[in-house]
Design a protein around this ligand. Structure first.
Ligand code: BES
Ligand code: MN
Ligand code: ZN
Length: 495
């Protein structure tokens, strides 16, 4: 699908699907009013014949409007005009696309008229690109009439050149989100630690420095915690290290992002039950988001030094798998009694975070992980949990969350819960009591950040949306975290 920007007064294309905006109280935008007049008031009549109020998400569809060349004319609710910002425009444009994607029309024309400049047009294109995501690599028998029909999207706006320039800066971010979604969507027989690492290696073409550590290298570093998780798998565990050096001083301390990349989580010997286990193919959503973020930073040549570290493993039961009760020694030297082999994400992060801090001495570390079912119980499917030992970092993440719509809710790290991790045989055990499960998990991880500024995002709730109602996020993999962290970096860490 191609997206281009054309002049506001470009003629309406034959047979296209055209979208125009209407604000609160069904007040037509100037461009909508112009087409309404041209077609003899068809829009006004259609709006008053329905309960259209102009709220975002509402649409009125007219087929074959008189005197216009287009096959379909859709009025898109845009809410209150004063509050129309780039993020809302992404949503409106995404609704426009969703409404016609399988209609048979091959061209969508979103007509913004003289509406505020390049940022809005660029946001519309960004929203449509995210909305058009589809993972169809393994569909071979789908009927053509079920497939999306739109091939060309035109955004008619005041300054197409400026819009194109603005969008050039955002297209890389859109591609990065789609890259992350693809990784999460891939089944575990295709995407396992080594093949994941190969896809990451390909990002070297964007200017990223990529290193891949195998089991031998990790054993030499003493990463007994991460390696124990992958021990039952025939797939070799990997640690991917991605570096982007965009700051004027290439030796300036970087910021760092660490992702849980459990390519499949069976639970191991503490085996999960069959129902829904297939969803654990998404248990590398944290690593996918970090890879996506690094993609985005490199695409726009962000003026920052950033490190991305992915702990890539597969958690399987096997004759060689780690047992409940095993004690492992992490790279930090701290020992861990593995009570439950299904609490494996924290074991992976323990070594990945310690390695990150030890080697890079970053300004802060943010980890992303599909860590606990408990975070879904606590927050539902629309919020990821934010845990942090640093109020400034937490506030900045919450601000980026507001600005991008990737919702976070801050959770506590109560010191009095820390003793729940006490073990009779080792420095700690890997699970606590059932209540407050995501908090205990975060407290566990906190033991491996050496007191450095750190935030943990538990994205078990948001990495994957089987029934999405958000137009920019088609059902399935969300790419959650890429937009959020790109914004965090852009707003605070570029020189
Ligand atoms: N990958 C799961 C968490 C998860 C659950 C992600 C549902 C996405 C959807 C994680 O490794 C896990 O199994 N956590 C256990 C921890 C428990 C054994 C302490 C859980 O949440 O039940
Ligand atoms: Mn698990
Ligand atoms: Zn897991």
């Amino acid at each position: 699908m191609q997206i281009e920007f054309v002049a506001a007064d470009a003629p309406v294309a034959a047979a296209s699907a055209v979208g125009v905006l209407a604000f609160d109280k069904a007040r037509l935008s100037p461009e909508a009013a112009r087409l309404d007049a041209e077609s003899g008031g068809v829009l006004s009549r259609a709006m008053s014949a329905s309960r259209f109020t102009g709220a975002v998400g509402q649409t009125v569809d007219i087929l074959a409007p008189a005197n216009l060349a287009c096959g379909r004319l859709t009025v898109l609710g845009a809410g209150d005009e004063a509050g129309l910002d780039a993020m809302r425009m992404e949503t409106i444009a995404a609704y426009a696309y969703q409404g016609v994607k399988t209609s048979g029309a091959e061209q969508l024309e979103l007509r913004l008229g003289e509406l505020d400049g390049a940022e809005m047009a660029s946001a519309a294109a960004f929203g449509i690109r995210l909305a058009s995501y589809r993972f169809d690599r393994y569909r071979t028998t789908e009927k053509p009439e079920k497939r999306p029909s739109i091939r060309l999207v035109q955004i008619a706006c005041r300054d197409p050149k400026a819009a194109q320039t603005a969008y050039a800066g955002k297209a890389g971010l859109a591609n990065a989100v789609l890259f992350a979604r693809d990784l999460v969507s891939e089944p575990a027989n295709i995407l396992y630690p080594e093949s994941f690492a190969r896809r990451v290696r390909e990002l070297a073409s964007l200017g990223l420095e990529i290193e891949i550590l195998g089991e031998k290298e990790m054993a030499a570093l003493g990463m007994g915690s991460l390696l124990g998780v992958g021990q039952g798998s025939v797939r070799e565990s990997q640690l991917a290290v991605m570096q982007w050096k965009g700051a004027s001083d290439p030796d300036a301390a970087p910021i760092a992002f660490v992702g849980k990349g459990v390519c499949f989580d069976t639970g191991g010997i503490s085996l999960k039950s069959a129902e829904g286990m297939e969803e654990m193919v998404t248990d590398m959503g944290g690593a996918a988001a970090v890879a996506g973020l690094m993609y985005a930073l490199a695409s726009r040549k962000a003026k920052v030094n950033a490190v991305g570290i992915l702990g890539l493993v597969e958690n399987m039961p096997d004759g060689n798998a780690q047992r409940p009760g095993d004690v492992v020694t992490s790279m930090s030297g701290q020992t861990i009694e593995v009570i439950n082999t299904d609490a494996e994400g924290r074991l992976v992060l323990a070594d990945a975070l310690w390695y990150c801090h030890d080697r890079f001495k970053p300004r802060f570390m943010v980890d992303l992980a599909t860590l606990t079912g408990a975070i879904i119980v606590a927050l539902g499917k629309d919020y990821a949990g934010l845990f942090s030992n640093d109020d400034e970092l937490a506030e900045r993440l919450l601000a980026a969350s507001k600005a991008t719509g990737e919702a976070l809710w801050r959770m506590p790290l109560p010191p009095q819960y820390d003793k729940n991790l006490d073990s009779a045989v080792a420095d700690m055990k890997n699970v606590g009591p059932r209540y407050g499960g995501s908090i205990t998990a975060a407290l566990f991880i906190q033991r491996f950040v050496a007191g450095r500024p750190w935030a943990h995002l538990d994205i078990a709730s948001t990495a994957h949306k089987p029934n999405s109602t958000i137009p920019t996020i088609p059902s399935g993999a969300t790419g959650f975290g890429v937009r959020l962290l790109d914004r965090l970096v852009a707003d605070h860490y570029e020189s």
